[in-house]
Design a protein around this ligand. Structure first.
Ligand code: COI
Length: 356
């Protein structure tokens, strides 16, 4: 269980909005729990966190995050079991990654203990907002952004760290169709692809819209220099399976170190699969599909968890994989992780942190 202290000031809502929620139509990211946690950074230090009613923040249009993109975020999920216990999955990975992102964007690091305290107290306070249906969870969004009211380009001296949460259903419903991206890039060597920087997502919007306009959910991103090697899929990592081997692009400065990616690969190793983290070429995957040897391809991310890929478009041609219902690994790991996150499996790696 994550220890909490009284260091956080708590201002509770007068009346919860929970009875206004249509629990049968959660969607993703459109409903917000009662409270949020806010911590200010000024004069080189983090102030006292405040948990207060979720609502609007007020700031000047000149704050530097709005202009130069000093903004980073994280995503993690809380799950509730039938005994009402609430768990968060591997939050220390998110705390560490937030700080990697902060470092790359010249922002202050947040002490892991502070991150955990804010996360645990906020989630405990809003634990009645954690939904329990299949594919449902409380999606938690910690983020940090620059608040200096200053128009010149320089690292901001002041920041806000904020956490809010949303009861959510599935991010994708069913199998997805993706398009191998031949020209646009998500991230280049030396860039910010390994950071969870808001700007990475902004620059992906236009290519994603083009893909969506032609009937695909997302793209399969390729490397910036040659477009010959896979990087990620949309907002997720991508993992392929052939026989007893799972293979995925190795982490680099252009690939996000996804918590779901890491968890899936670890479970695969635990179960005796071969796991290869290496360069994965477009040619290799397309040839495997043509020979009927590619058994599975899926996106792995916190929001989407496991997103099975049914169709891959390459140079204008759709290549179709077998239906998800016939796959062996992805459905099994997806069910296992879901069950583990609800505290129903032996937690060999101590990934689950109990909140309530
Ligand atoms: C996540 O998987 O948490 C993400 O960051 C995807 C998000 C952009 C919805």
């Amino acid at each position: 269980m994550i220890a909490t202290t009284n260091k956080i000031e708590v201002q509770k809502v007068e009346k919860s909005r929970i009875n206004e929620v249509n629990w049968s139509d959660l969607g993703f990211g459109k409903i917000f729990a009662d409270h949020m946690c806010v911590v200010e950074y000024t004069d080189g230090q983090w102030g006292r966190p405040i948990i207060k009613p979720y609502g609007k923040l007020e700031f000047s249009p000149a704050i530097s995050s709005l202009h130069y993109g000093q903004a980073i975020f994280e995503g993690l999920k809380a799950y509730k079991n039938s005994d009402g216990e609430v768990f968060i999955f591997r939050p220390e990975k998110n705390a560490a990654r937030l700080n990697k992102s902060a470092h790359r964007l010249c922002m202050p690091e947040l002490p892991e203990e502070l991150f955990m305290e804010c996360l645990a107290q906020l989630t405990a306070l809003d634990s009645s907002w954690v939904p329990t249906g299949e594919g449902e969870s409380l999606y938690i969004r910690p983020h940090m952004f620059a608040t200096d009211e200053y128009v010149g380009v320089r690292p901001s001296g002041s920041y806000l760290f904020v956490i809010f949460s949303c009861p959510v259903g599935k991010y994708y419903t069913g199998e997805i169709k993706v398009k191998i991206e031949p020209a646009f890039t998500r991230a280049a060597k030396g860039g910010t692809g390994h950071a969870k920087a808001a700007g990475n997502y902004a620059s992906a919007l236009y290519p994603a819209k083009l893909a969506q306009d032609s009937g695909y959910n997302q793209m399969l991103w390729t490397d910036a220099e040659t477009h010959q090697y896979f990087e990620e899929s949309g907002t997720m990592n991508v993992i392929f399976k052939k026989g007893n081997t799972l293979f995925t692009p190795a982490l680099s400065d252009s690939i996000l170190d996804g918590v779901t990616r890491d968890s899936v690969l670890q479970v695969a190793r635990d179960w005796g699969y071969n796991v290869e983290e290496r360069k994965v070429s477009v040619t290799e995957v397309m040839e495997a599909i043509e020979k009927g040897e590619l058994d599975e391809a899926f996106g792995a991310g916190t929001a989407a968890t496991i997103a099975p890929i049914r169709v891959i478009n390459y140079k204008g041609v759709d290549y179709t994989l077998r239906p998800y219902t016939e796959w062996e690994f992805a459905p099994k790991v997806s069910a296992f992780l879901d069950s583990l996150k609800r505290g129903r499996e032996a937690d060999a790696h101590h990934w689950n942190k109990r909140i309530v």
